[in-house]
Ligand binder design. Sequence first.
Ligand SMILES: *Cc1c(COP(=O)(O)O)cnc(C)c1O
Length: 448
Amino acid sequence: MKKIMYSSTNGHPDLLDFKEALLTGQAPDKGLYVPEDIPQLSRETMARFPEMTYPEIAFEVVRLYLGDLVPKNDLKAILEDAYDFDVPVERVYDEKYLMRLDRGATCSFKDFAARLMGRLMQYFLRQEGEDMIILTATSGDTGSAVAQAFYGLENIEMVVLFPEKEVTGRQRKQMTTLGKNVHILAVDGKFDDCQAMVKQAFVDPGLDRLNLSSANSINVGRLIPQTVYYFYAWSRVGMEDLVISVPCGNFGNLMGGLIARRMGLAVRRFVVATNENDEFPQFMATGSYKPIAPSRKCISNAMNVGHPSNLARLFWYYGGKMDELGSVHKMPDLEAMKKDLFAVSVSDEETRKTISEAYNRYDTLLEPHGAVGWAGLMRYIDEVEDWKPCVSLETADPAKFPEEIVKAVGLEPPVPPSISRLEKKEEQFDKIGKGYSTLKENLKKLFG
Ligand SMILES: *Cc1c(COP(=O)(O)O)cnc(C)c1O
């Protein structure tokens, strides 16, 4: 099998294999790792997907990126262990489907990436006899998914930063009730502050000996697992060319879809749905990119991102170049982007209305993120005739956002066991101010 190498979107000359890129996280020039070649899935392999389980499909997709780094049987065991939950693809009406990516340990789609990434990191670290500290910033769902995925691993310590006032009680509890190797810091600031603090830690030579790595959507180990469910969706709705709507924050989810498409998946168009943080839809409309700082506080809080880190990958995908600060060094092929992507921004008001309409008309319960995707899809269908069949991604369980659900439909969403177990558990976390120096102090306090 051809060995895929990974390079930095900022142009650093070093090429890394998957193991090195996974354990490094962010490239030394602050770029994001991307595969040098995108492998192809053969039609014959894909034709077998409808009869295959999720972990079996994942095996066919993921192995292409690992080459010989993980022997077949080890990879199969890792995937069976990581993906031990359902992935429902529900018909809502006509040929409109909803794929629920919310049945994992923390009830968000981030479980797909975090669980596999955690297991692969564990696998490689054990091989090397190394220890590592995972440092990550979350706007709500990443931190909990990653903390759960890494909880209890012996060669990994985990530090999660979250914006104190921007996550729900349930999102917080999924992180703060773990303990052991999981350390949680509540930052008096916004998600972008948290992300900036983490990014600075990675380039601080004073912390080199801590062996820090990221688990954000910047890690290539998050990207590859997120290509799999696009193939899965296609295999479950009759193997036809799809329109897929993706609710977007840091654009990692969308990148998974785009890579799946280049691997051979038939996707006619992606609906790229953001909340009121509309820097990307604006870019598509005007050709000029302006990050939004500070990010706007919307009810789909995991998507409150004013400068999505994966835009660097999106620009790379379309032949452009954007650095980590959002400066455009080379314009991507905007015409090709417009052909592939239909970008929309959905207001909080429209999000709430969508939750209530989907429930009242179609008996389908959505939460704010999935509702942004669904609203985007409805707008696409209004404007473009060729939409059948289409799949919208539901990225979290409504039970994670009970206040909004009660407001929109007057009903308490049913609480899955993974969440109800947390209600009585004790929380542990430290509160810190924003700014890099407070993070550095805390890391020194934790790890000496
Ligand atoms: C993280 C997240 C998103 C956004 O995904 P990106 O990959 O950052 O675009 C959407 N919905 C939920 C529930 C999330 O947790």
